[in-house]
Design a protein around this ligand. Structure first.
Ligand SMILES: Nc1ncnc2c1ncn2[C@@H]1O[C@H](COP(=O)(O)OP(=O)(O)OP(=O)(O)O)[C@@H](O)[C@H]1O
Ligand SMILES: [Mg+2]
Length: 332
């Protein structure tokens, strides 16, 4: 368990490149943020903006051989994870930082029971415990994610469970080793709305009980409003705006954030995907020097096309609210 408010993750200028048939893709291009115990930090942005690649880079599980982490630091409780070797990283994954993926199918192995999969994950970190103790812990984990009759469920195979139950099982797998951080990459996309709400409530309860920090990747501003305290808005491999959720909602300051929020309001009652903004995100190979949103931005001038804007302080009640947009330099 972490002390409340402890700085757990300090990501500095993270850069991950991909070799593709079109050339070098700067999928993560200088991303920085901090995550504290007990908080939920959201990452939002269109498809391809580098959200998942950021998450995968933190745990060094980027797709091989295409991707390479080429720069930056990932400080976990002061230790740079990027300097750790594979066997040291195996001690971090699951035990310190766990990941929940969008599609439970990719996290659960169809040929093993849920119980066996949790026990196997536990074994990596609790080698001295006997099988009985590990099974007990697996049952506890299923209980913690509110799976009914966990003593019986532990013997179920993934195909014997509903979508919502499978997603809970993935949650149980993630929390079983007692991590301080969970990275949840769109964990609710495949769930219907009621089950989604239950799952979000569950994550919040777990967080309250354990001081867990959550990095929550999503397309959905409604979910951000429900579960996140702070937010990063990503565009083409970079964070273009970040700050407390309320400050960003009340005073969105990057034209991209504004456009995203407008697209949600414009869409019908439920806007799942952020596709209503005119134009396309730029190809991530051969990016221009200037602001990547410039080609879609109604306010862009010459400087925007030529020079990348630094993060400007938006001010207001929070000093943490920043946006990388030249218009903020002198917002009069
Ligand atoms: N295995 C891969 N090989 C080559 N390029 C990839 C691979 N995975 C991702 N990319 C590219 O890296 C960039 C960032 O992708 P990433 O998966 O991080 O986006 P994302 O923001 O998570 O999108 P989504 O919302 O669709 O999940 C994209 O341009 C994508 O095409
Ligand atoms: Mg993704």
């Amino acid at each position: 368990m972490s002390s409340p408010g402890e700085l757990l993750l300090d990501v500095r200028d993270l850069r991950t490149h991909l070799d593709t048939k079109n050339g070098l893709v700067r999928a993560v291009d200088g991303v920085s943020f901090r995550l504290h115990a007990g908080e939920t930090l959201g990452i939002i942005g269109e498809s391809g903006s580098g959200k998942s690649m950021t998450a995968l880079s933190i745990l060094q599980v980027v797709p091989q051989p295409a991707a390479r982490i080429v720069g930056g630091e990932v400080l976990y409780r002061g230790d740079n994870l990027l300097e750790k070797n594979e066997s040291e990283m195996r001690q971090v994954r699951g035990r310190e930082i766990a990941m929940i993926l969008q599609d439970p199918q990719t996290s659960l192995n169809p040929v093993f029971t849920i119980g066996n999969q949790i026990v196997e994950a536990l074994q990596i970190h609790r080698r001295t415990d006997g099988r009985k103790a590990l099974v007990r812990r697996a049952i506890e984990a299923l209980k913690e994610v509110r799976i009914a009759d966990p003593e019986a469920r532990i013997r179920s195979y993934p195909h014997e469970m509903s979508g919502g139950m499978k997603q809970r099982a993935v949650g149980a797998l993630a929390i079983s080793c007692g991590p301080r951080i969970i990275i949840a990459d769109e964990p609710t996309t495949s769930l219907d709305v009621t089950i989604q709400a239950q799952y979000l409530r569950l994550l919040r309860d777990l967080q309250r009980e354990t001081g867990l920090a959550i990095l929550f990747i999503t397309h959905d501003f409604g979910i951000v409003a429900k579960v996140c305290q702070r937010l990063l808005v990503m565009y083409a491999g970079r964070v273009v705006e970040s700050g407390p959720v309320q400050a960003v909602f009340d005073n969105p300051s990057h034209p991209y954030t504004k456009a995203l929020l407008r697209s949600v309001v414009r869409a019908d009652s439920r806007a799942e995907r952020l596709e209503a903004i005119e134009g396309q995100p730029p190809a991530l190979w051969g990016l221009p020097a200037g602001c990547r949103f410039a080609t879609r931005c109604p306010h862009a001038d010459d400087r925007c096309h030529e020079e990348y804007p630094p993060p400007f302080d938006i001010g207001g009640a929070s000093s943490e609210h920043v946006a990388s947009c030249w218009r903020q330099e002198d917002p009069a």
